[in-house]
Design a protein around this ligand. Sequence first.
Ligand SMILES: [Zn+2]
Length: 341
Amino acid sequence: MKTWNQALLLKQIWNLLTDHSLWVQWCKKYLIRKHSFWNLPSAGYHSWSWRQILLLRNVALQHLVYVCGKGDSFSLWYDPWFHGNSIHALYGHRVIYDAGMQGTELVQSVIANGQWNWPVNSPQLLDIHQRVQDIPISSAMDQIFWERQGKLFSSKAAWSSIRVPAPAVGWARMVWHHTRIPKQAFYLWLSILGALKTRDKLFLLGIVPSACCSFNCGEDESIAHLFFACPFSQSTWKAVLGMCNIYRQPLPWQQEIQWMEGHARGKKFPQTLRKLAFGATVYHIWMERNRRSFKNRFLPQGKIIQKIQGEVAAKLLSIEPAMAQIDENHHSLGCNWGMFG
Ligand SMILES: [Zn+2]
């Protein structure tokens, strides 16, 4: 059960926020340093697993509950103690300057004599001052919970909670099937959960200057746009569907997931191929989007389709029984995917 791995990564996030083990101390010293975990950028030189942890922050955020006590450990600006968000995520960097602060303050710096005591020298700060009034202050320590107040993290609870957004196990089987390509399955899983950091989200966080799609279509980038409403990804997916002998237009994202769930069940060759093709397409579109978005480089569409084809074919060729099936019944599929040399 690979979903367990994701639950374990969430556990690492939980540990990082609540515990003081050597691993946590090491992360704080070398990876987080002066930053906050919540707005730490993900960089190419980070290890694969650390980058997966950073990618899962959005998912973790939906389940963590920050309960303010006397404000002695939460970061004033970056921790999500403010109605489930961080002030920085909601108001941007500007309010820190407006407040005349550094960004390193703890919540207690705006508490005096058990009362909220915010500087109110800008409209945003005034807004914060008003919205903060219904957050109680106490003499207890700040505490972090999972799901609801009083509840701590358990891998089992995390596992069932990350499954909650999907109504059925149907898509889980489509993602974590026997012959999956692990990193592609991981991104497919994130995209179905809506946990990929698309530009619409980054824009709201003030990380990118606009939400514009990296494929220059003029629309804003969101999960549903990227998979597969954008003309670039739409024609890519249509071509890949064609290679699976499926001749139809790409569907809106949620319907596409449902269609795949219904039409890619089981271990037979065409169904296995569909699952792999779906995962590979989502993965390579996401990689190309990153290339265009952050590296200012791009690959032509033909090259991306070639990569999808090559990786899926290599995976299928590594499974012996699949080959026997191709020869007898699925010759044209094998040809489409370049599996005969
Ligand atoms: Zn687009």
